[in-house]
Design a protein around this ligand. Structure first.
Ligand code: DOR
Ligand code: ZN
Length: 454
């Protein structure tokens, strides 16, 4: 009897190691075998992977898909089209949309829109504010993957709850078994320096970075870890940008706190010098740090393991909002954030090629751990028999330079424009369906589905 799909002639990589001349077999959207090419069953469709590398589907737990309400920047269709083209099989959307995802009806609307148009599987966080603590059980019932608190002001202007409300939120979220993640920047520090810099006429792109110093991030990480230790809540630090914050996470883990953390490709790739080279195109919150902080982020975060996940913080804005016509103009007029879904795999493969981390360690951080941290494992991120047949085939030797016009998002402003990489996703498979191959998104809009979590 033939199965639906077999991919053969690739090196299969999981954290357990790599198996050359291997492949996977798929039936009804599930993995039914992983093993040597010559032992796989017959199939209706056989894909020869040409000696490339097959990894469990990339899981990006931090994207701003912008729908509902901000579709002029991006929507579920365009974000997940970019995901498919980037080798990403599952994405999790952030709640700073319009309306913000702060109640069951808004979450349900976001899910409905995703079911209608997404190309890959998806989920969403709900935001916690001063106004919705009592709604947490209902939001949980509606199926949120997890929760987010914005501690400092950022894009979307979601007001931060006070420390008492955060403690209460942790207690309530602990009861749901879910995890609470933070935009961890101390808002009072940022507001102080922003006002001071504006008054002093410090308006350069680098001034935006310096108005949000490392201590604002480090302090916020430490405070949230202290609260998590007190309440027993599971917490997550989104987009850790500095080595100092990674060290704070490591101290929390060493104390036995259930704290997980992510960093992004841009903090590992660029140093703050990029603000002088690319200006407000590279403006993001938290900002890109200096070389010393970056080195510690690599040492403590990646090598020693303080950082669990790689995610993009894919944050599309229009060229007008990014002020691309005048990238070194007044930074306070420009918006923060840029796209990342189609550069995350190439950046990480380039680091693998340079020997900064192993292929196995990359897969662990970009597929397995994100699925585990957010409760989607082993359905996602595992390549285990009986789970969703989500996988990404990459060509680790493909050398290329990014032309942002080739990206699939609605707005494609990115500081990775013109950067050169070694490695690229060539085929993306979601629940057994090929959604991207030969440079084309071939999957249907609406195929993507919400990941069900308990
Ligand atoms: O730079 C950022 N952009 N940081 C955030 O926290 C939000 C994001 C966005 O939504 O554009
Ligand atoms: Zn974000």
């Amino acid at each position: 009897m033939a199965v639906d799909l077999v991919v053969r002639n690739c090196t299969v990589v999981t954290p357990a190691g790599r198996t050359p001349d291997a492949g996977v077999a798929v039936e009804d959207g599930d993995i039914v075998a992983v093993g040597r090419s010559d032992r796989l069953p017959d199939a209706d469709r056989v894909v020869d992977a040409d000696g490339n590398v097959l990894v469990p589907g990339i899981v990006d737990c931090h994207i701003h898909n912008r729908e509902p309400g901000l579709e002029y920047k991006e929507d579920w269709e365009s974000a997940t089209r970019a995901a498919a083209a980037g080798g990403v099989t599952t994405v999790v959307g952030m709640p700073n949309t319009d309306p913000v995802i702060d109640r069951p009806e808004h979450l349900e609307l976001k899910f409905e829109r995703g079911e209608a148009t997404a190309h890959v599987d998806f989920q969403s966080y709900a935001v916690v504010t001063s106004e919705n603590l009592d709604l947490i059980p209902d939001i949980d019932e509606a199926g949120a993957l997890g929760y987010k608190v914005f501690l400092g002001s950022t894009v979307g202007d979601v007001p931060p709850p006070n420390d008492g409300e955060i403690l209460e939120a942790m207690e309530r979220i602990r009861e749901t078994g879910k995890r609470l993640g933070f935009h961890e920047e101390n808002g009072e520090i940022i507001d102080h320096y922003t006002a001071q810099f504006k008054a002093d006429g410090r308006n350069d792109p680098i001034d935006h970075s310096h108005s949000r110093p490392v201590i604002a991030e480090q302090e916020a990480v430490e405070r949230m870890i202290t609260f998590a230790e007190e309440t027993g809540a599971k917490v997550h630090m989104f987009h850790v940008s500095s080595g100092s914050a990674a060290e704070a996470v490591a101290r929390g883990k060493a104390r036995g706190v259930d704290v997980t953390a992510e960093t992004t490709p841009h903090y590992l790739w660029f140093t703050e010098d990029v603000m002088h080279e690319k200006g407000n195109v590279a403006r993001i919150q938290p900002p890109i740090r200096d070389a010393e902080e970056q080195e510690t982020l690599w040492d403590v975060g990646i090598d020693d393991g303080a950082i669990d996940c790689i995610a993009t913080d894919h944050a599309p804005h229009t060229p007008e909002e990014k002020k691309v016509d005048d990238p070194f103009g007044n930074t306070w007029d420009a918006i923060s954030g840029f796209v990342g879904l189609e550069t995350e795999v190439p950046v990480m493969l380039t680091f693998v090629d340079r020997g900064r981390l192993t292929m196995e360690e990359w897969v662990r951080r970009h597929s397995i751990r994100p699925a585990q941290v957010w409760g989607m494992y082993p359905q996602k991120g595992s390549l285990q028999v009986g789970t969703d047949a989500d996988f990404t085939i990459v060509d680790p030797e493909h050398e290329w330079t990014l032309d942002a016009d080739d990206l699939h998002s609605k707005n494609c402003v990115t500081p990775f424009e013109g950067e050169s990489f070694r490695g690229k996703a060539v085929t993306t498979v979601v629940r057994g369906e090929i959604v991207y191959e030969d440079g084309e998104v071939v999957g249907e809009s609406g195929y993507g589905s919400r990941v069900d979590v308990e």
